[in-house]
Design a protein around this ligand. Structure first.
Ligand SMILES: [Zn+2]
Length: 201
């Protein structure tokens, strides 16, 4: 880091550099933008960062993102609570919701099983999901983990845990390219995958 800058400016550049996709040049550009910005604009950014860390928590039911104990989707009386769509990340909920074809509720796992990366089933919210399925009037569990090896493996593992519940377990259709992710799939592709979902054997 250049020493010609005042220490506080260096610190801001260093913080920006930690963000994904931001190299040293971009970090410098962002820091100078903040430096020149109106105080109110810069403080609004600082406030938004603080609020997102202070106010966003995990929904007690689905573990998705929420500002309340129970998220908007779980507390919506129009939602079909007998269908639970299982996704890896909160971003997947947003991608699926954008299709407008979902009436179900969700369960956010917090990732996928990947023993080589040290991610075991106990690191995810699988226990909570099994508990939900066993205690509720659940009729269908829709596996919407990513269509890659880790996502498929996670879906199969969970379906094996739920087999004896008699609940119908489906997987989003293979319209989604293998190796792709829910997050980046187009709305049309996701809608097709939702409508063409098949029962997991
Ligand atoms: Zn929820």
């Amino acid at each position: 880091m250049s020493t010609v800058y005042p220490e506080t400016l260096n610190r801001l550049i260093e913080e920006f550099e930690k963000l994904p996709g931001i190299g040293p040049k971009s970090a410098e550009r962002l820091a100078f933008y903040i430096l020149k910005a109106e105080p109110a604009e810069a403080m609004a950014l600082a406030g938004a960062i603080r609020d997102v860390k202070n106010k966003i928590k995990r929904c007690e039911i689905c573990t998705g993102l929420s500002e309340e104990a129970i998220c908007q989707i779980c507390s919506d009386p129009r939602r079909d609570k007998s269908s639970i769509c299982v996704v890896e990340q909160p971003k997947d909920v947003i991608a699926l919701e954008k299709t407008g074809s979902c009436k179900w509720v969700y369960h956010v796992l917090g990732g996928h099983i990947a023993p080589l990366e040290g991610i075991e089933p106990s690191d995810l919210t699988i226990d909570k999901l099994v508990e939900r399925v066993r205690s509720g009037n659940v009729k269908e569990v829709i596996m919407a983990t990513n269509p890659n090896m880790a996502g498929d493996g996670t879906a199969l593992y969970i379906s094996s845990l739920l087999r004896d519940t008699g609940v119908k377990i489906t997987r989003l259709a293979r319209g989604l390219a293998t190796g792709s992710t829910i997050e980046y799939a187009s709305g049309k592709m996701l809608t097709d995958a939702i409508n063409g979902r098949q029962e997991l054997e």
